[in-house]
Each structure stands twice: as C-alpha cells, then as structure tokens.
Write a protein that binds this ligand. Sequence first.
Ligand code: AMP
Ligand code: TRP
Length: 335
Amino acid sequence: MSDQEKKVIFSGVQPSGKMTLGNYLGALKSWTKLQHEFECYFSMVNMHAITVPQDPEVLKRQTIELLAQFIACGIDPDLNTIFIQSHVREHAELNWVLCTMTYMGELNRMTQYKDKSKKSEANLNAGLFTYPVLMAADILLYQTDVVPVGDDQKQHLELARDLAIRFNNKYPGTFVVPEGYYPKETARVMSLQEPEKKMSKSDSNENAFILLAEDSDTTVKKIKKAVTDSVGVVNYSDDQPGLKNLINIYSAVTEKSVEEIVAMYAGKGYGAFKGEMAEAVVESLRPIREKYAYLLENRDYLEGIYTRGAEKAEIRAGKTLRDVYEKIGFIPRKF
Ligand code: AMP
Ligand code: TRP
C-alpha cells in the first residue's frame, strides 16, 4: 500500500522521565504492530512536558533518551515519522486557534487536570489547564484517523474529537475526526505496590514501577517485592488485584493467555509464579535494553532521525494549518 492510501496514526509521549513497563506494554508494543499498516507519526511531546517544572538540561537529555527508547522498542525510523514536538511550529499555532474554540467548562472537567492541579497547587499554570487542547492540535494537524493511547487518555481524545466536529460544523471538511485505539488487557499496567493505581514513573516509591532502562537484577527484585495477598492461590480475580496485574504483565510479555498461565501455576505458590514471571519480563526486555544502550552512544544517528522526522511532519502539519488559517480569515503571508 502506498502512504497515500494508508490510514494515519498519531501518538505522543512526554519526555518527562524514564519509560516504564506500563508505557511499553500500554503504548509502544502495540505501535510496533501498527507501523506496518498505518502511516505513523510519533512525537516526543516536550511542549506538554513543560506544563510541570522541568530542568532544561534534563529535559534535553530525556528527549534524546525517549527517542532511543522508541527505536529500541521496535519503532522503525525508516517506516515512521518520529519527531520532537517543538520542532514543528504548527503545534503551537493550531493550539491557539483551538483554544479559542474550547469551553472553560470542558477543560474544568478533565480528570487529569484535576489530579495534577491537586499535586501542584502552589504552581498552577494555564498550560496545565489547556494541555488537552495542545494534544488535540497534535492529533488534528496530521488528519489523524487513529490515536493509540492508554485508556487514561480517553477523555483527552474525546475533546480532540469534539473540537474536530465543532470546527467542521463551522468550516466543513477541515479535520478528520480521530478514533482512539486502546490495547485491551494491558491498557492499564498497575503499580506493583498499590495495584489500584496505574504504574507511573512519577511514583515516589521506586518499587512501584519497572523501568525499561534499569538493570535486570533491579527488575527481578521489584517483582519479588510486588504486593499480592494472603489467598495463596494463583487466580485471576478482582479480589486479588496485585496478582491480576502480574498475570496481565506475564501474559503480555509471553503472549500466553491468562488461562494458560493460571493453569501453569495450579497447586504452586506465589514464589514459583513470581520467579518465572520475573524471568519472562527480564528476557523480553533484554534486547530492548541492549539496543537502547547502543543507540545512546550514537548521537549523530539519533539527530538524523529527529531532523528528518520534523521535516516530514512539517509538510503535513503545514498543509492543515494553512487550510485552517484560510478558513478562519487569516490573510496568508505573500513571501
Ligand atoms: P506518559 O508516560 O504518561 O506520557 O504516557 C505515555 C503513553 O503510555 C500513553 O499512551 C499512556 O496512556 C501510556 N501509559 C502510561 N502509563 C501506563 C500504564 N501504567 N499502563 C498502560 N499505559 C500506560
Ligand atoms: N497526553 C499524552 C500522555 O500524557 C501525551 C500526548 C500528547 C499525546 N499529545 C498526544 C498522546 C497526542 C496521543 C496523541 O500520555
């Protein structure tokens, strides 16, 4: 299929820290399957990252590390457009236009904003509030058909759809209305310490998450410390949320079904289960970890990828923005 016939995917990840097993299973792993069927745009969304305080040097480093992790996880830079959000000015420009069409009430309802604003009451900035509008701009600029994200992003995606429809009602045929794509079992990888919470790299307890860039021994230790329960039987049940999460992870990294895994551990304790589960996680991450370390030593190669990515992204984004500007009555520059 030529690129023109393929449907378009856009997704973004914040370079705001190390990537977790949750990001990998909930996002990147499914992208590697989609890259063959779709024309994909993947962005390191550094403009979203600055809605919370960042150290400039750390932000730069993490942006490069994220790119290396994308590629190490199997996102092929020859098949996909991988770029840094701030390199394509159209994101900020469309964000502004869409801000003027978004209701305060819509943004007030966003659960992620409510959560984040509770955490940083002293430093509430307007960017945090309008964050979902920038995300809508990211998506709509590329005439995106499908947005693969974790299910924590559903509400933001709904806003992108609403804005596309609202804009199209006024100015027909401007945007493709995007669909969300949520991988099933692993749509949400939970914390190893508090399985009712999602696994997040910003968790204050390091044992709660597994990082792609940590060493294997650390991963094994964290899994051994993972919270389970006192039932003592390997069941897949909502009453055993810790175990349920570990089974989901096990299933995702081995492609074995939940039923198979439960059957494998009939009559065995949590120790045996955790030992083999940890081994499976470590083995599945090993090639990714090796490739990541190798890529970080090859800065020129990474620079080439994000440079070409921005050039390609700009072409598609520019076309949409010119159309939007024309429709809303902005006079085009003549030079
Ligand atoms: P973030 O790290 O929050 O920028 O998220 C990047 C991508 O990974 C998004 O698509 C998230 O929905 C997804 N993601 C993050 N944490 C998890 C998790 N614990 N389980 C599943 N998906 C996740
Ligand atoms: N808000 C998303 C997250 O935190 C990241 C993101 C920014 C994104 N722009 C996007 C995801 C566009 C999908 C599409 O996970």
